[in-house]
Design a protein around this ligand. Structure first.
Ligand code: ADP
Ligand code: MG
Length: 226
């Protein structure tokens, strides 16, 4: 699923955070949003995920101008197509790991047997094998982050949006997260990741740097990494 920002500007408290930014994320590719802290990476990621408003410009989802969408259309987009891997976003702390992985995908009577097996598969993949029944609140920060990955994997989402997914992780977990994102792109997902982690930048297919303003240029410099 194609995801595009067309000349998007965002002003927060009178301050221009994004100034006419255009960027395109494509299926089967990982787009990296790079830039210093405060350069607007999270803001742009929120805009692309239809979580944040724009002041000018538009966000185009699979050819449709999503800036005009009603709440119900946005909710359908999130439910059917997107997995968010955000640090403090979307995990229900009181619920079990398994519940968080499968949230929004459970039937009236809970999980089907095939889903149960799939949950165990994705938990195994993020090194949380056998931890499905644990309360999410009891997990460490890095483990919670991996629950987010497991959920994205379980959903097989068309679009995976990740905000600083390797921040404050040890080396092993960092590699796990980077490989996960590479694999998601490889299976055909549109992956967008905001980061200042050089290793993750290097793993991306496309890279955009935010906040590098030069007098005669736009605030954005785009390059393609092969
Ligand atoms: N909700 C908000 N209220 C006030 N300022 C904000 C808010 N969100 C972002 N900003 C400001 O917008 C700028 C970009 O923030 P952000 O997108 O979080 O950057 P990054 O993710 O690259 O660190 C920063 O200067 C930040 O202070
Ligand atoms: Mg950020």
């Amino acid at each position: 699923m194609q995801l595009r920002a067309d000349s998007v500007s965002v002003v927060i408290d009178g301050k221009p955070v994004l100034s006419s930014v255009s960027v395109e994320a494509k299926p089967g590719r990982m787009l990296v949003l790079a830039g210093k802290s405060g350069s607007g990476k999270t803001t742009l990621l929120n805009v692309l995920g239809l979580l944040g408003r724009v002041d000018t410009g538009s966000v185009v989802v699979a050819g449709q101008d999503a800036t005009k969408w009603k709440d119900s259309q946005r909710r359908r987009f999130w439910r059917d197509h997107v997995a968010f891997v955000f640090q403090d976003y979307g995990l229900i702390e009181e619920a079990s790991v398994e519940y968080n992985v499968t949230v929004g995908r459970r039937g009236l009577f809970g999980l089907r047997q095939s889903d149960r097996e799939r949950v165990e598969q994705v938990l195994n993949h993020v090194l949380l094998s056998g931890r499905g029944k644990e309360q999410t609140a009891r997990l460490s920060g890095g483990e919670k982050q991996r629950v987010g990955l497991a959920r994205a994997m379980f959903r097989g989402a068309d679009i995976v949006l990740a905000d600083e997914p390797t921040a404050s992780l040890d080396r092993k977990n960092r590699e796990l997260v980077i490989n996960f994102l590479i694999e998601e792109a490889r299976r055909g997902a549109t992956v967008v990741v905001a980061t200042h982690d050089e290793g993750l930048m290097a793993a991306g297919d496309d890279l955009i740097r935010l906040g590098e303003q030069r007098p005669s240029e736009s605030s954005l410099h785009s390059e393609t990494v092969s």
